[in-house]
Write a protein of this length. Structure first.
Length: 208
């Protein structure tokens, strides 16, 4: 279902934040204690946190489905300055309840060039970490700034969905124009791609 982008006052929302959040993977490791040169001792199981290295990106498309620009770790700001990736975090949070996003893409919808017709957001893991193992992965659309959340408009949780097991990237959602008005749709499509260009090709084939 399409999300109409309006403020609490009913005024059309011009600036929005797209926040991405994930947390470390908790795993069990066996540690041998009290052994002498590997002999004897007891085996103890400990919980450890494994850092998650995801990257938030988006691709800007025109009405002919041509790629205009890609915002990612190597290109944090669009040429016009109206789409920006901030709060880059290469390790992920520890507490899923901290209310903070690891990476945020800010979009000034009203100032975007007229040829920008769609903006599609995605996450990928260059280290091929399994989305099915990551306990908390979300995208949320909100009114505010990277440092302040005024109103959450939409949230999508993907880590609890079984189809994400064994996948290393996710097409999360997109902004698109309808009769000159911007709308947003969640997507939540898992893929096995690890390369940004592979994910973009899937976007063009399915969602553009």
């Amino acid at each position: 279902m399409a999300l109409n982008l309006f403020k609490n006052t009913g005024i059309k929302l011009d600036k929005v934040c797209v926040g991405f959040n994930w947390v470390a993977i908790e795993t069990i490791v066996s540690v041998k204690k009290g052994s002498f040169f590997g002999l004897g001792g007891t085996t103890v199981k400990n919980k450890v946190k494994v850092k998650v290295n995801l990257h938030a990106s988006c691709v800007l498309l025109d009405s002919s489905k041509q790629v205009l620009e890609i915002i990612h770790l190597g290109n944090l700001k669009s040429k016009t300055g109206f789409v920006n990736l901030t709060c880059v975090n290469l390790s992920g949070g520890i507490d899923e309840n901290d209310g903070l996003d690891n990476e945020i893409i800010t979009v000034n919808l009203e100032r975007l060039p007229a040829n920008v017709d769609q903006i599609v957001f995605f996450l990928n893991s260059n280290k091929k970490q399994d989305f099915g193992d990551i306990p908390f992965v979300t995208i949320r659309i909100y009114e505010g700034t990277p440092d302040r959340v005024d109103k959450v408009l939409e949230t999508l949780y993907v880590s609890s969905l079984p189809e994400f097991a064994g996948k290393t990237s996710a097409i999360m959602g997109k902004f698109y124009r309808v009769n000159g008005e911007w709308k947003y749709n969640n997507i939540g499509h898992p893929t096995s791609d690890t390369d940004t260009n592979q994910v973009i090709q899937k976007i063009l084939n399915i969602y553009a």
